[in-house]
Design a protein. Structure first.
Length: 127
């Protein structure tokens, strides 16, 4: 199997150190039945982030990339292992968070906005 997405492996190492996907997943309540979950929220978020960073902004690309050996390795899966999340699964993920989770968190201090570094907002307003 060949892949032209080897840069995703470097991104995966950075993501592992920063634990961005894991931290974001903790901000979202998962309504799914735990015994039926195949892909964790953190796995889906990590896959989607890597897709976007690699230039695959369209969620439709997930159906092809879910079988890509480099994307699998970047998600700590074997290239011959099970496929990553499908475009339908990622679409449900993207529609899952509500405004409350995105802005206020769940009331226990878990807010996606708290994950933005303090200087990031200032940097965006300067440009």
């Amino acid at each position: 199997m060949l892949s032209s997405n080897s840069g995703v492996l470097a991104l995966a190492e950075v993501e592992k150190r920063l634990r961005v996907a894991e931290r974001l997943a903790r901000c979202i309540d998962d309504p799914r039945c735990p015994d039926q979950v195949v892909h964790s929220l953190a796995d889906m978020i990590g896959f989607r982030m890597k897709m976007i960073a690699a230039g695959y902004e369209d969620g439709n690309d997930a159906n092809r990339l879910r079988r890509d050996p480099v994307f699998k390795m970047a998600q700590d899966a074997l290239p011959s292992g099970r496929d990553l999340a499908s475009k339908s699964t990622l679409c449900r993920l993207e529609n899952l968070p509500g405004v409350r989770e995105l802005v206020d968190g769940t009331g226990d201090g878990r807010s996606l906005l708290r994950l933005v570094p303090a200087g990031a907002e200032a940097d965006r307003t300067r440009h």
